[in-house]
Design a protein around this ligand. Structure first.
Ligand code: ADE
Ligand code: ZN
Length: 335
C-alpha cells in the first residue's frame, strides 16, 4: 500500500506556507538576517513541537515566522516546500499565506507576495507543479485590519485566487468577517475558511451561510450534526482535512479515532492535506500513509481522496480533466 501511496498523484488544498518552515531553514534564515533564537539547534527547536491544542501551536508558529524578512526568504521557503511536493508527487497545490503575520511586524505585503509568487512560477516551469495562492485573514485580529489587508492585496489581485480565515477559532466566529468576505467577493476573490477544527459545527454552518465559502478547511466537527453531514453530502461541499495536524493538536486522540475515512464512505467530499507539515511531522505522503495505516483502505478509496481534491480545486476545467485521467490511469496501471 505504501508504494501505491508514494506515487499516487496528489493535490494539496490546505497548506500554510509559513507552516512549512523547517527548523533547519529557520536557523539558516535567522543567521542570514541577524536574528537570535531561543534554541541552541534545529533539533532543540523540534523538541519544542509538542502541542496540547491549536493555541499552543500558533504561539510557536508565529514566533518561527519572525525569521522571514526578505523577498528571497519567502522565495526560499516556498521553493523548499515545492521540492517536497515533487518528492511526494503533488501535481497541484493551493497555498495559504498570512499577510498580517508579516505586515504587523513591518514587512511589506509586496515583499511577501512577490517572493511566494516567483517561487510558484519557477515551480510550474521547472517542477511541473501548478499552484494557486489564497491569502488568509487572522481571525484574532480586527475586522479593520482584515479590510486593510484586503486593500493591500488589490494591486496583486492576479496572483491571489481567494481569501481564507485562519488562526484561533475559539471566540472568533465567522460572523466577525462577513463584511470583509463580502468585499473580497465583490473584487472577484473566491472564499474558504477554517471552521469546525476546534470550534463547533455551527462555525461550519456559518462559514457556508454567512461567508459563502467554496470549501471548508478542516470541518471534522461536522459529525456533531447529522443534518449538517447530510447537507455537506447533498451540496458536495469539500472539506480540506489535515489528519496529522488533528492528531498533533489533539483534535483526535489517535489516528484510529479520526473520522476522515468514515466521512469518505458516507460520501462527504473529504481531501487529505498537510496544514503545517514542518510542525506536524509530515507532508502529503506521510498524511496518506498515516490514514491508510490506521484504517483499512482500498486503492480506489485512496485515489478518491485525490479525485475529491481535483474537483474541489480552483483550477480550470480542462486541467481538472487532465489531472483526473492521470489518477485513473495510475490506478489502472497499478492494478
Ligand atoms: N494557522 C496555521 N495552521 C492553522 C490551523 N491548523 N488552524 C488555524 N490556523 C492555522
Ligand atoms: Zn490550516
Amino acid at each position: 500500500m505504501n508504494a501505491f501511496i508514494q506515487d499516487l498523484p496528489k493535490v494539496e488544498l490546505h497548506l500554510h506556507i509559513e507552516g512549512s518552515l523547517e527548523p533547519e531553514l529557520l536557523f539558516k534564515l535567522a543567521q542570514r538576517n541577524g536574528i537570535s533564537l531561543p534554541y541552541a539547534s534545529p533539533e532543540a527547536l523540534r523538541t519544542a513541537y509538542d502541542f496540547e491544542d491549536l493555541q499552543s501551536f500558533l504561539d510557536i508558529y508565529y514566533q518561527g515566522a519572525n525569521a522571514l524578512i526578505t523577498e528571497q526568504d519567502f522565495y526560499d521557503l516556498t521553493w523548499a516546500y515545492l521540492e517536497r511536493c515533487k518528492a511526494d508527487n503533488v501535481i497541484h497545490t493551493e497555498i495559504f499565506f498570512d499577510p498580517q503575520t508579516h505586515t504587523e511586524r513591518g514587512i511589506a505585503f509586496e515583499t511577501v507576495i512577490k517572493g511566494i509568487h516567483r517561487a510558484l512560477q519557477d515551480g510550474e516551469t521547472t517542477l511541473n507543479i501548478t499552484s494557486q495562492i489564497i491569502m488568509c485573514f487572522l481571525r484574532h485580529l480586527s475586522e479593520d485590519s482584515a479590510i486593510e489587508t484586503l486593500k493591500q492585496a488589490l494591486p496583486y489581485k492576479e496572483f491571489i485566487v481567494g481569501v481564507g480565515l485562519d488562526s484561533s477559532e475559539q471566540g472568533y466566529p465567522p460572523e466577525k468577517f462577513v463584511r470583509v468576505f463580502k468585499m473580497a467577493k465583490e473584487h472577484g476573490f473566491l472564499t474558504v475558511a477554517h471552521a469546525g477544527e476546534e470550534g463547533p459545527a455551527q462555525n461550519i454552518v456559518d462559514a457556508i451561510e454567512l461567508l459563502g465559502v467554496s470549501r471548508v478547511d478542516h470541518g471534522v466537527r461536522c459529525v456533531e450534526s447529522d443534518e449538517l453531514v447530510a447537507r455537506l453530502i447533498e451540496t458536495k461541499m469539500p472539506l480540506t482535512v489535515c489528519p496529522l495536524s488533528n492528531i498533533k493538536l489533539c483534535v483526535f486522540d489517535d489516528m484510529s479515532q479520526h473520522n476522515i475515512v468514515s466521512l469518505l464512505r458516507k460520501g462527504v467530499a473529504v481531501t487529505i492535506n498537510s496544514d503545517d507539515p514542518a510542525y506536524f511531522g509530515g507532508y502529503m505522503t506521510d498524511n496518506f500513509k498515516a490514514v491508510s495505516e490506521a484504517h483499512d483502505m482500498t486503492h480506489q478509496e485512496l485515489a478518491q481522496l485525490t479525485i475529491n481534491a481535483i474537483d474541489a480545486s480552483f483550477i480550470d476545467e480542462s486541467t481538472k480533466r487532465e489531472y483526473r485521467s492521470r489518477v485513473i490511469d495510475y490506478v489502472a496501471r497499478f492494478s
